[in-house]
Design a protein around this ligand. Structure first.
Ligand SMILES: [Zn+2]
Length: 152
C-alpha cells in the first residue's frame, strides 16, 4: 500500500516498487497500453500500469467499450479518407495523361468502397438489431477512472 500511495503521489520511479506490487494480468492500460498489474484488497481488485494509471474492473470494462466504438469509427473515417485520396490520385493521373495509373486508382477506390460498406454494415446492423454501442454496455455506476488515492 505504501508503494502504491507513492505511485499515486507521483513517485513512479522504479525504486518506488511500482512494478513489484500486484500480479501481472493479460489486460492492457486503456490510457497508455502498458501492461497492468492486479492489486487485490479484500473483495476489491484494482489495476495499475507502470506509469500509475489506475482502474477498477468496471472502469476497465467501460474503457474497453469506448475503445471498440472509437476503433470502428476510426476505421470508417480512415476508409472514407482513403477513398477521397484515391479519387484525387485518379484525377491527378488522368490530368497527367497516365491512364494506366488512373485505372489502378479507380480499382482501388472500388475496393476501399467495398470495405467501407462492409464495416458500415457491421455497425448499422448492430444498431438495427438494437445492440447498444459497446460503451453503453458498461455498468452505469462505473466511473471512468478510480477517483482519489488508493483506498479512497
Ligand atoms: Zn497506463
Amino acid at each position: 500500500m505504501a508503494a502504491e500511495l507513492a505511485i499515486a503521489m507521483g513517485d513512479d520511479a522504479p525504486s518506488s516498487g511500482s512494478m513489484q506490487i500486484g500480479s501481472m494480468v493479460p489486460h492492457t492500460c486503456p490510457e497508455c497500453h502498458g501492461s497492468l498489474r492486479a492489486i487485490h484488497e479484500g473483495p476489491l481488485v484494482r489495476y495499475r500500469c507502470h506509469t500509475g494509471h489506475a482502474f477498477s474492473l468496471p472502469a476497465l470494462f467501460a474503457q474497453n467499450g469506448e475503445a471498440i466504438d472509437n476503433a470502428l469509427r476510426n476505421v470508417l473515417r480512415a476508409l472514407d479518407e482513403r477513398i477521397l485520396l484515391l479519387r484525387s490520385l485518379e484525377r491527378q493521373a488522368r490530368t497527367a495523361g497516365d491512364a494506366a495509373s488512373a485505372g489502378r486508382y479507380a480499382a482501388q477506390v472500388g475496393a476501399a468502397e467495398q470495405r467501407a460498406r462492409q464495416v458500415r454494415d457491421i455497425v448499422l446492423d448492430a444498431e438495427l438489431r438494437g445492440l447498444p454501442p459497446f460503451a453503453a454496455q458498461a455498468q452505469p455506476s462505473a466511473a471512468p477512472h478510480e477517483p482519489g488515492p488508493p483506498g479512497a
